[in-house]
Design a protein around this ligand. Sequence first.
Ligand SMILES: O=c1ccn([C@H]2C[C@H](O)[C@@H](COP(=O)(O)OP(=O)(O)OP(=O)(O)O)O2)c(=O)[nH]1
Ligand SMILES: [Mg+2]
Length: 152
Amino acid sequence: MQHTLELKVLDARFGEVWPLPAYATEASAGLDLRAALEAPLCLAPGDAALVPSGLAIHIGDPGLCAVILPRSGLGHKHGIVLGNGTGLIDADYQGPLMISVWNRGAGPFTIEPGDRIAQLVVLPIVRARLQVVEEFEASARGTGGFGHTGVR
Ligand SMILES: O=c1ccn([C@H]2C[C@H](O)[C@@H](COP(=O)(O)OP(=O)(O)OP(=O)(O)O)O2)c(=O)[nH]1
Ligand SMILES: [Mg+2]
């Protein structure tokens, strides 16, 4: 599925020093986001920082949202993940895209200006209409959860 996403460039280094976000391959789901920092940022173990992406998007369509996810290599090898778990970008948000970067690793990690530190994924959304009921119709699982089906 293709969608045209309105993008505002908030940092003039895009187009000059850094290319605009682009899908790395034909079937990539994520657009890498860069750290639009003025200077290197050293994150001590356990530290989190809010890093500007230098971009704003307006999704517009309430049937879509975007999420900011960690990059696998950074997260697995260096412990650089997101301070908010996953960033959710609402379809009506027009402000700067911010990246909450968290060093969950054991050593310090330095982010250089322009480093690709996270990725943006656009997703379809179902907006629920809530219907209050007294009882649910019986299901195979019922109320069983949290390991109820076993491990092996
Ligand atoms: O990693 C993120 C997460 C959110 N946002 C922006 C877009 C999103 O639409 C808005 C609000 O996010 P969310 O609803 O998750 O945060 P909140 O703490 O509930 O704030 P609000 O009261 O503004 O909804 O902040 C980002 O730029 N980066
Ligand atoms: Mg909110």
